[in-house]
Design a protein around this ligand. Structure first.
Ligand code: FE2
Length: 158
């Protein structure tokens, strides 16, 4: 059923394209994860780790900005309410995810002058992995929404 209302929806083609094109974000996640997963406190380069996580935060900001500018939209249109509710909820997750990533970067900056960096590194790894699992969940939910929106467009949805 479709009803007319002013609400949040997605442009599935643009949202898909933004995700497919964001190679740099994927690379930064790959390198950050590799550094945090395979480095002990002795061999880790805290300066490099901090720079990497800062770049990741900046790319995340760019990723969310692009999604919100081109992948999501708000208008008075004919929409399926079940998709709108999820679109609104997913778009609102961007703010919390970005705030989480900012906390990861703050912790990484403290590593440079902390008295017990090994302990702080553990905390940083925990914060990072929590962020990453939430980010992956968010991305997967957006991909599901894209598929459903495509299906609705071609008339195979509920
Ligand atoms: Fe998103």
């Amino acid at each position: 059923m479709a009803i007319a209302m002013r609400t949040v929806s997605i442009n599935p083609a643009f949202l898909r394209e933004i995700k497919d094109d964001h190679h740099e974000l994927r690379q930064l996640i790959h390198h950050s994860s590799a550094m945090l997963d395979h480095s002990g406190p002795v061999e880790i380069d805290y300066q490099r780790l901090g720079e990497l996580l800062t770049k990741l935060r900046d790319q995340l900001a760019m990723h969310f900005s692009l999604e919100e500018a081109y992948g999501y939209f708000e208008d008075a249109i004919m929409v399926a309410p079940h998709l709108c509710r999820r679109a609104e909820s997913l778009r609102s997750q961007h703010f919390d995810l970005f705030a989480e990533m900012c906390r990861v970067v703050e912790t990484s900056e403290q590593l440079l002058y902390h008295e017990m960096p090994a302990r702080l590194l553990q905390r940083l790894a925990g914060q990072y992995h929590l962020f990453l699992s939430r980010f992956h969940e968010h991305e997967a939910a957006e991909c599901d929404l894209i598929l459903e929106a495509f299906n609705d467009d071609i008339g195979t949805g509920d």
